[in-house]
Ligand binder design. Structure first.
Ligand code: SF4
Ligand code: SF4
Ligand code: F3S
Length: 269
């Protein structure tokens, strides 16, 4: 009784597949409901049963059939040095594939900090010239981009963006880094349950200490929550089980641009 499910093409470039692992653990909705009832995942190298030339043909046919109508999800940065030869799939560079597929979509959703901002591949000295999708394609991209950063991002932020489009027929409102405001509108610090310890000057200064056991603020151990925009304290990971600070680890700023360089050292002891 519902309309046709919107086609989705999910591209993997220079990445670790952690973002896919996160999405496959989506619980709201469950991943089977997302894949079988909500969207039509027509191309995704990790979960496709087929391989080789037949799937390359699927990609080609899907882009041709649904030009201007499919959502293109990109996981991973795009190597651009030496004409992109440091990342190749089926004899084509990732840069070529991105130039061929992304501009024909209705919008590009960059899942994870790699496709959003370059990620670990783009960390200094960045030998492969890895860039975000927006940087690598520049004006050739032509279609709207939504960045859903995090390493990995919470799947709920990805699913929320897709559902926003399905329900309202438009992409969500974005911040200056093209991140959806519904997920990245506030800092981790402003939503952190340890905030009262911060205000009271109650800090952890040594791993394994009494203060660490008491859940004091991790700012002096290097927590980047005050500079990081994300909703981790609110939605948590793994069906609301926990998130880095709740597990006793400082936020390392994984949803901010260039966090591998800009936020390090991650630990201050
Ligand atoms: Fe892996 Fe992080 Fe890149 Fe996702 S953003 S592909 S988890 S390195
Ligand atoms: Fe802020 Fe981090 Fe302290 Fe939480 S643990 S209050 S995010 S500095
Ligand atoms: Fe990343 Fe910090 Fe959340 S490290 S997962 S933005 S708590």
């Amino acid at each position: 009784t519902s309309g046709p499910r919107p086609p989705v093409v999910y591209l993997h470039f220079a990445e670790c597949t952690g973002c896919t692992e996160g999405v496959l653990r989506s619980t709201y909705p469950w991943i089977d409901e997302l894949l079988l009832e909500t969207i039509s995942m027509d191309y995704h190298e990790t979960i496709m049963a087929a391989a080789g030339h037949s799937v390359e043909e699927v990609l080609h046919q899907t882009v041709k059939k649904y030009e201007g109508k499919f959502i293109c999800v990109v996981e991973g940065a795009i190597p651009t040095a030496d004409n992109g030869i440091y990342g190749m799939i089926g004899g084509k560079t990732m840069l070529e594939i991105a130039k061929e597929v992304c501009p024909k979509s209705l919008a590009v959703l960059c899942i994870g900090s790699c496709s959003s901002f370059g990620g670990v591949q783009a960390a200094a000295p960045n030998p492969t010239g890895a860039k975000s999708v927006s940087e690598a394609l520049g004006d050739a991209l032509k279609v709207p981009v939504v960045n859903i950063p995090g390493c990995p991002p919470n799947p709920i932020n990805f699913v929320g963006t897709v559902v926003n489009y399905l329900l309202f027929g438009k992409l969500p409102d974005l911040d200056a880094h093209k991140r959806p405001l519904f997920a990245y509108g506030k800092t981790v610090h402003d939503q952190c349950p340890r905030r009262s310890h911060f205000e009271n000057g109650e800090f952890v200064t040594e791993w394994g200490s009494k203060e660490a056991q008491m859940g004091y603020c991790l700012y002096e151990m290097g927590c980047k929550g005050p500079e990081t925009f994300n909703n981790c304290p609110l939605v948590k990971f793994n069906d609301g089980t926990s998130w880095p600070v709740e597990a006793g680890h400082p936020c390392i700023g994984c949803s901010e641009p260039n966090f591998w360089d800009a936020m390090s050292p991650f630990y201050e002891t």
